[in-house]
Design a protein around this ligand. Sequence first.
Ligand code: 5GP
Length: 172
Amino acid sequence: MKKLEDYVVSIPDYPEPGIIFRDVTSILQDAEGLQLAIDSLQKKLEGLDFDVIAGTESRGFIFGMPIAYNLHKPFVLVRKKGKLPRETVSVSYDLEYGSAEIEMHKDSIKPGQKVVLIDDLIATGGTIEAAAKLVEQLGGEVVKIIFLMELAGLHGREKLSKYDVESVIRYE
Ligand code: 5GP
């Protein structure tokens, strides 16, 4: 039987020289791969008491939504600035060159709610750290953060030391 790792195509020098891009579309375009990815992520939430799943744009939507549906939880969106139509809260964070801003709808999380954050991959950890700050601005508690893939060599976890973080596949 194929392992989840076997479905990931790694693309050298994309989007820039020196970067190995781990592609998730190669998982999604295979029915077995897709099922294995969702099931493996969902397993990380077994026995966890939580209220909401929040996914980060855009691959966090792909993996977060089916899990929220399966577990009968709400799914809320963390989007790039300017995409959400109603009142938002926002956080800026640093990129290698420049900065980015992400937002959530103000009413997407109620104070005291226990929130699971999900994305396809952690690299430097900047995106998910910013997402966690957004959840906390809204009064939510981040009870778990899950990724399909972790680029461990970039030490993104160090930014997330106060959270419970798990990933399915780890690349050194
Ligand atoms: P970070 O903020 O942790 O540095 O970067 C993580 C974000 O960039 C995630 O939203 C993720 O989707 C995207 N990302 C960075 N590198 C890769 C990669 O190699 N493969 C995929 N699929 N996404 C990546």
